[in-house]
Design a protein around this ligand. Structure first.
Ligand code: ADP
Ligand code: MG
Length: 336
């Protein structure tokens, strides 16, 4: 059916990210519950239309590991993307609620993410670009699905200067501004898996637990697309084009946490973190089953030439084991 904003009733907010916010809504004519992502885009009408066209690819993304798509429309000055609502939310929310996630469940997450990435790449030549726990969703049927993948080149370009997709889940080669590939998603998966197993962001002992660079807007130069992910572009004078309401409210939250943007200390620590990712050995899991540790090690090989693709990693021993896991995720979902 044709999706119209007037037919959607807001229920409540599900969360806020760099690019906008996500609301749980009801499509009143059909009674369908959906998640509506609202993205504020500073682009000309022609570019907006192009973005909408590109988003239509999502109609063809049909996999049980990928969130399904209801449609997208313009609601000036926003683009709204309506997708399947996942009633257990994202994995970051889950571990923040229940603590570290059982390593065997983490293995099943790894399997689902690899299946999703392989589908996106093999069938649609799509690189996800933003693998992190908040983009891995779970529902009470026990399904694990990916959302927020980079379908629209125009959308990526239009929001590039808001640092969307620039996060501390980024691989060393991406931080350095090199050509990147599906293997960059594998790095981000490795970091995410450690985070789920430990119940905290792996770098957070020495750095802020705010893992999004967008929380440090104004400290990074919004460079031209293509160069924005280069360390060389960091630390230059700020030239942000706009600050959305969502960002202002983030700034307020930050104030209440006592983090100073002007202070410089935080600015250094985020730069240090990116340098750390590039220069220091990758984080590792320790104290877990060996197969899990070896899998994470293989995701976090710093040289992308040595790192495997999602498809190859589906043959990994730990992943094969996860496939035959006796754990019932539908039952697990009833525990929180
Ligand atoms: P981020 O992924 O950086 O947290 P987003 O704006 O993409 O920011 O999403 C905000 C939050 O909304 C996510 O953390 C997630 O918990 C929730 N969310 C996003 N999409 C859905 C969905 N389809 N179903 C349920 N919750 C969702
Ligand atoms: Mg997201």
């Amino acid at each position: 059916f044709d999706l119209r904003n007037e037919d959607l009733k807001d229920l409540h907010e599900l969360g806020q990210g760099n690019g906008g916010s996500v609301k749980k809504v009801e499509h009143v004519p059909t009674g369908t519950i959906m998640a509506k992502k609202i993205v504020l885009i500073d682009a000309k009408p022609a570019v907006r239309k192009q973005i909408l066209r590109e988003l239509q690819i999502m109609h063809d993304c049909k996999s049980k590991y990928i969130i399904s798509f209801w449609g997208a429309f313009l609601a000036d000055p926003n683009i709204c993307i309506c997708m399947e609502f996942m009633d257990k939310g994202s994995l970051d929310g889950i571990y923040k609620k229940i603590g570290p996630i059982d390593i065997d469940v983490v293995g099943m997450v790894a399997l689902a993410v690899l299946e999703g990435l392989t589908y996106l790449y093999d069938v649609h030549r799509i690189i996800h670009r933003d693998i992190k726990p908040s983009n891995i969703l779970f529902n009470s049927q026990g399904q694990i699905k990916l959302c927020d993948f980079g379908v629209s080149g125009e959308l990526i370009g239009s929001i590039a200067d808001t640092f969307v997709g620039t996060s501390t889940y980024m691989s060393p080669e991406r931080i350095q501004g090199s050509q990147y590939s599906v293997k960059s998603d594998v790095w981000s998966l490795g970091i995410s898996l450690i985070e789920l197993a430990l119940g905290r962001f792996p770098f957070s002992s020495s750095y802020s637990d705010d893992s999004d660079l967008s929380d440090f807007e104004g400290t990074l130069s919004p460079a031209r697309p293509g160069s924005m992910n280069s360390l060389a572009s960091l630390g230059l004078p700020p030239s942000r084009k706009r600050a959305s309401k969502a960002e202002k409210s983030k700034a307020d939250k930050r104030k209440s946490k006592g983090v100073s943007l002007q202070g410089g200390a935080m600015t250094m620590s985020i730069l240090e973190l990116l340098q750390h990712i590039v220069n220091e050995p990758a984080p590792r899991l320790s104290g877990f089953p060996e197969q899990a540790e070896l899998f994470v090690d293989s995701c976090l090989l710093k040289d992308p030439d040595e790192r495997k693709t999602p498809k190859d990693l589906l043959k990994d021993e730990w992943i094969m084991y996860a496939r035959t896991s006796p754990i019932d995720l539908q039952e697990w979902a009833t525990t929180f």
